[in-house]
Write a new protein. Structure first.
Length: 379
């Protein structure tokens, strides 16, 4: 026997635990505690016997139970570790996610789902949609679950949801059925995303699109009016540089768009108005944003013509002038007709001499003047 063997047997003899040594399934050594455990009074009764023959059936059952218990504990720990890892994965997903049993009771959820409801995962587990949501919404969710279970396939639909602040949110649901290890349907897994802002943006975009459509229609109408108008139209920038003219402008003035654009409106100016006239016009335009009246201008041919002119100032949001729009029409012929009618009213059609109407008109003026000045009048 070696020194190491002596030390082992010395330790085993004094150990309070049962210690025995077997070789090829037969006892070779037992300490006092082991002898007592196997129901003998001394080691000699057991040495040389098969170990399996000396194990009490109850002890064998207890050993098997302990082994089974250890396997169950190990398996339970393994499953708990997997469940913990899976829950961490679910909690890392930023969108609300949940899963239910076939009877509609929640099996679990992630932190995002719990945060939306204002409850903990433990409080949600075992509840139904009717326990968590308003009845009208819960009815919709339940009906959608039944449809999904009746025809299992990915399900997507938009609905509403009331969050923990009692605010109604627009959401998009995505659900499907999950199965167990035997391939049997086991429940429903689902998630939803908040699309409230997206729906609001879509509504704003639709409104803007409609407004743009209306604006385009108005612009189209304005462009049609601009081009089809019998009145001349001239548009300038804030510096009075011509930006655009319509066909009527060309017809009245003789200047084409190419000849007018980029130049100043003074190209139409005649010599029938002094500086004071134009200064007064601009003073009114700057003060009131509008000027209207008769003005003599000159065509490209050099011919002077009388027009009725309206100028409007267009300003931006800050109040600065950005455009001036002038609309005018030729009243030369109309003025000539008016003067002709007036002449015929006070002159003989054949001789052209003043008639009694002119005499009566002049007499009324003279009498009114004499009355104002306190003078006498004789005819």
């Amino acid at each position: 026997m070696t020194r190491r063997d002596e030390q082992f047997y010395q330790w085993a003899d004094n150990s309070p635990d049962a210690v025995f040594v077997g070789v090829h399934g037969y006892f070779r050594y037992l300490n006092r505690t082991a002898v007592q455990m196997f129901g003998a009074t001394c080691a000699a009764q057991l040495l040389g016997k098969r170990i399996i023959d000396c194990v009490h059936p109850e002890a064998e059952d207890r050993a098997a139970d302990r082994e089974l218990e250890q396997r169950v504990v190990a398996r339970t720990q393994e499953l708990q570790e997997k469940e913990r890892f899976l829950q961490e994965i679910l909690n890392a997903i930023p969108i609300p996610l949940f899963f239910k049993e076939l009877n509609g009771r929640y099996l679990g959820c992630n932190n995002a789902f719990a945060a939306v409801t204002g409850k903990t995962a433990a409080e949600i587990r075992g509840k139904t949609v009717f326990d968590l949501w308003p009845h009208d919404l819960a009815t919709i969710y339940h009906q959608k679950d039944l449809e999904l279970l009746d025809a299992p396939s990915p399900q997507h639909y938009e609905s509403e949801m009331v969050d923990k602040f009692s605010q109604v949110r627009q959401v998009l649901y995505a659900k499907n059925v999950f199965s167990n290890d035997r391939g049997e349907r086991a429940g429903i897994i689902g998630a939803f995303i908040d699309i409230t802002e997206r729906k609001r943006a879509e509504a704003e975009l639709a409104e803007r699109s409609a407004a743009l459509t209306r604006a385009n229609a108005e612009l189209s109408l304005a462009a049609s009016v601009f081009h089809e108008s019998v009145e001349g139209v001239l548009v300038t920038d804030a510096e009075s540089t011509i930006l655009s003219v319509n066909p009527a402008f060309t017809e009245i003035t003789g200047y084409t768009a190419a000849e007018a654009i980029g130049r100043k409106p003074r190209l139409l100016r005649s010599d029938r108005h002094d500086r004071e006239f134009y200064r007064s016009m601009w003073d009114t335009l700057i003060k009131d944003g509008r000027w209207q009246g008769e003005i003599w201008n000159r065509r490209k041919s050099g011919e002077a013509y009388l027009e009725w002119l309206t100028i409007n100032r267009i300003i931006d949001a800050s109040g600065r002038p950005v455009r001036y729009v002038a609309v005018f029409h030729d009243i030369t012929e109309m003025r000539s007709k008016d003067e002709r009618i007036r002449h015929l009213a006070f002159h003989d059609a054949l001789t052209g001499l003043p008639n009694r109407s002119l005499l009566h008109d002049r007499l009324e003026h003279a009498l009114a003047r004499a009355k104002r000045e306190g003078r006498r009048l004789s005819v």
